[in-house]
Ligand binder design. Sequence first.
Ligand SMILES: Cc1cc2nc3c(=O)[nH]c(=O)nc-3n(C[C@H](O)[C@H](O)[C@H](O)COP(=O)(O)O)c2cc1C
Length: 169
Amino acid sequence: MKSLVLWSSRTGNTKAVAQAIYDALPGDKDIIEEGREKDVSGYDIIFVGFWGFRRGADMAARRTLSGLHNRKVAIYATAGTYPDSPAARDYLEAAAALLPKDSTCLGTFICQGRVHSFHVGKRSEHKAEVHPMTPERLKRLQEAEKHPNEEDFKNAAAWALDMVEKAGR
Ligand SMILES: Cc1cc2nc3c(=O)[nH]c(=O)nc-3n(C[C@H](O)[C@H](O)[C@H](O)COP(=O)(O)O)c2cc1C
């Protein structure tokens, strides 16, 4: 089994989850940042990681997913939203839907990731009138501050092994 872990990360959260996945994987494996030159043809499973960006995957991950032909793919992510929220499910479903029809999504994983202060109220599109700081949002951001944590890394590692097992079936 040969595995490739691709990651895209602006502030380090998804990169850290990618590393936890990579460390857990058995056999031949590589880890590469999305957007870099890569030949994906020799891999039995490809993990594609994204960070939540404007209610979906970041642009580098979107490009990667759209171009992955005839591959078994496992999709993981970090985002500010709760992992069990409808939003999280939508992000993952939208990401999987980007895969070409000849590829298979084996499964998905998402955990929260600390939202950098430059995204919390500083950008014009996130000014108070558009994205108000409600008690719910504050609570979500405060919880996100604690992630990804050791438990997220453990869960991501266990999920990755499950994906490898599925890829081998
Ligand atoms: C410009 C920007 C847009 C974001 N948009 C969303 C979003 O739409 N939904 C969400 O849940 N989180 C959003 N986030 C939060 C990030 O997805 C989250 O902090 C993630 O863990 C960052 O991952 P990274 O450290 O790997 O870059 C956004 C963050 C930034 C900087």
